[in-house]
Structure formats: structure tokens, C-alpha cells
Design a protein around this ligand. Structure first.
Ligand code: FAQ
Length: 317
């Protein structure tokens, strides 16, 4: 069948809300867009382990330590599902990791900010995982099957992450004056970077229109950001805290909260590699990867031995 006809059929399947699977025909640009988004997402998960991993040995109780440890392990798992989903598009994981380690690939801007106090574990859970869920629940309906299926499990785990963060902040908000101040300071520092996670405004987002047409994305960046503001403006009241934006105000006519201006210069600066922790994160990832070389070599040697054994017993049979 010629390409034009295949493309026509592909568009018809997208229109009918069919799932596209790895062996199905897909236009090159669809494949490339998915590799870009899924790999950036995978990188975000494994780089995202670093700011929280920093606090595991300093958790204030066994209960908090167990929850944080489980959360960081979940993030490693999410990275694995996502690298696997990306490999179904015909790219090798080692190539993706090279792109990350050389600084060529993007990962979420949010993970280039430092985690300064224990309250940051609460703010990251509540706001960063909160933003992640807002963005990822619609991705469970993404047109590409392996990505959509990976997202189902990821979202279940993210909702536990978000709740443990909120509960951590709630505990601090009922504590001493110093604990309350620490929680408020963490919210103040994480709020704006969390809103930037949704990406540039729709008018400055080169990929949104096409990704929406292909049903990779189901909502635009601004739509999801607005949902996040609406949810958090209510939740923050339960914490007895405030969001660091004097312009947050319910708008009866729109049926949404209005909010202040995002500092887009800061966002673009961070994604260009100049955020507070970009250099540190890449160094930590490279170090972990290099120190793990012996594990990859041992696993490959073991797999080769198993394959040789299986071939031998197949020959004997
Ligand atoms: N940071 O045209 P658009 C998590 C880039 S959650 C860095 O709007 P698109 C869980 C974008 O890639 C975080 N770069 O792009 C967790 C594009 O660059 P390119 C990860 C950003 O793809 C929680 C350019 O700007 N979640 O990890 C950002 O249509 C706690 C133009 O942008 C996902 O990746 C940004 N914030 O929309 C883990 C979700 N925003 O490639 C540990 C899946 C935009 O053209 C602890 N991804 N860029 O050079 C998506 O939904 C989309 O890719 C967006 C961006 C919405 C992020």
C-alpha cells in the first residue's frame, strides 16, 4: 500500500479513537514526537529521584523514611516502564541514556531546583506530583498503546505520592511556629516552578496543536495549568497556608481562579541548562551510570550464559 493511503488509514484510526500499537503503521513525525515526549518523561522520572533521594537518610521518623524510600523507588520504576515504552518505537535505551548524559536531551525543568528543607518533601509531593498527575491522567488516553498503558500504573502510584506530600505538609501546618514557617517557605519556593512544569503558554508551544490532533495530548498546557491552579487554590485552604501569588482570585464569570504572571524568562533559562541545579543533576546521573557499568556488564554476561545454555539444551532435545 502506498504511504498516502497508509497515512489516510492512520488518521482515520486516530479519529475513531483506536489505539496505535508498535507494529502498526505510523507517520515518521508521530513516531518522532512520541520518542521525544516519552524519553523526556522517562529522563524526568530518573532525574526526579535525585532531589528527594537527598532526604532519605534525613527523614525525621521511620514512617516518613519508608514512605519516601517507596516513592523514590516508584520513580525508578516509572523510568523503566517509560524507557520500555519508548523502545517499542524502535530506539535503543542506551541511545536515550546517552542523550540524557551528554546534556542533549531535555527533562522536566522542575528537577533543577534544590530541596532545602524537610518541608520540601511535602511540597514536592503535593505540588510536583500533583502537577504530574494532572498532566498524566489524560495521557492514560493517549493514542499510543504502550505509553497509555504505562501511564495507568504510573498514575496510581503518583496519587499515593501526592497524598503523602499533602499529609506531610498538613502535619507541619499543625506543628510549631517554626514548622509552619518551614512549610510555607517550601510552598512559596515550589509553587511557580510547579506551574512551569506544564510547559510554555499555548501560543508559545510549538508541539501542542499537532499532539492534540494526534490525541497524544488531550489537553493543552494552559488548560492543565488552569486545572492545577483551581485545585490547589482550594487545597491550600485545608493546609491553612497561602500560595505565593497575590493575584489568585476566583473569577465567577470564567468559573476559574485567575492567577498572576509566570516568569517565563526563568523557565527558558532553566530548560537551556542554567537552572540552580542543572549541572549537579547531570553530574549525579553520569556518576551513577558510570558506577553501575559493572551491573550492566554482569547482567549481559548472565543473559549470554543463559542463552547459550538454552541453545545447548534445544540442540540436545
Ligand atoms: N521542562 O511544545 P511544548 C514526573 C519543552 S512529572 C523541560 O509545549 P510538548 C513525575 C518541550 O519538551 C514531569 N522542558 O512541548 C515525578 C519542548 O522541547 P523540544 C515529567 C519542557 O511536548 C514527580 C519545548 O519545551 N512529565 O517526572 C517543559 O507538547 C516527582 C516546547 O514545549 C512529563 O514529561 C518543562 N517543564 O509539551 C518524578 C509528562 N515544558 O522537545 C519524580 C509528559 C516544555 O521541542 C518526583 N510530557 N518543555 O525541544 C508532556 O506532557 C509534554 O511533553 C509537556 C510539554 C506538557 C511537558
Amino acid at each position: 500500500m502506498d504511504t498516502a493511503r497508509l497515512e489516510e488509514q492512520f488518521e482515520a484510526r486516530i479519529a475513531a479513537d483506536d489505539r496505535i500499537e508498535p507494529r502498526d503503521f505510523m507517520p515518521d513525525a508521530y513516531r518522532k514526537t512520541l520518542i521525544r515526549q516519552i524519553s523526556q518523561h522517562a529522563h524526568s522520572e530518573i532525574v526526579g529521584m535525585l532531589p528527594e533521594g537527598n532526604w532519605i537518610t534525613r527523614a525525621p521518623s521511620l514512617r516518613r523514611k519508608v514512605a519516601l524510600l517507596a516513592k523514590v523507588q516508584d520513580e525508578a520504576g516509572h523510568g523503566l516502564y517509560l524507557y520500555s515504552a519508548c523502545e517499542t518505537l524502535g530506539i535503543d535505551r542506551s541511545e536515550l541514556l546517552d542523550q540524557l548524559h551528554s546534556g542533549k536531551a531535555k527533562y522536566s525543568s522542575i528537577f533543577n531546583y534544590p530541596t532545602l528543607t524537610w518541608a520540601d518533601m511535602g511540597a514536592v509531593g503535593w505540588l510536583v506530583d500533583g502537577a504530574a498527575i494532572m498532566n498524566q491522567v489524560p495521557l492514560c488516553r493517549c493514542s499510543y498503546g504502550p505509553y497509555a498503558r504505562a501511564m495507568v500504573r504510573v498514575c496510581k502510584e503518583e496519587s499515593f505520592h501526592q497524598r503523602q506530600g499533602f499529609e506531610l505538609l498538613l502535619t507541619l501546618s499543625r506543628g510549631t511556629e517554626a514548622q509552619k514557617a518551614m512549610a510555607q517557605d517550601a510552598i512559596n519556593r515550589w509553587w511557580w516552578p510547579a506551574l512551569m512544569m506544564f510547559g510554555p503558554t499555548d501560543e508559545n508551544s510549538p508541539n501542542t496543536a499537532r499532539s492534540m490532533r494526534w490525541k497524544i495530548k488531550r489537553f493543552t498546557n494552559d488548560e492543565l495549568r488552569q486545572k492545577m491552579v483551581d485545585v490547589c487554590a482550594e487545597q491550600v485552604k485545608a493546609l491553612g497556608m497561602t500560595l505565593p501569588d497575590p493575584d489568585i482570585k476566583w473569577n465567577e464569570e470564567r468559573g476559574h481562579y485567575d492567577f498572576g504572571k509566570i516568569n517565563w524568562d526563568e523557565f527558558y533559562n532553566v530548560i537551556k541548562g542554567n537552572g540552580p541545579c542543572n549541572k549537579e543533576r547531570l553530574e549525579a546521573r553520569n556518576k551513577a551510570h558510570n558506577e553501575g557499568a559493572w551491573v550492566r556488564e554482569a547482567a549481559a554476561a548472565y543473559a549470554a550464559k543463559q542463552a547459550a545454555r538454552e541453545a545447548q539444551s534445544a540442540e540436545a532435545a
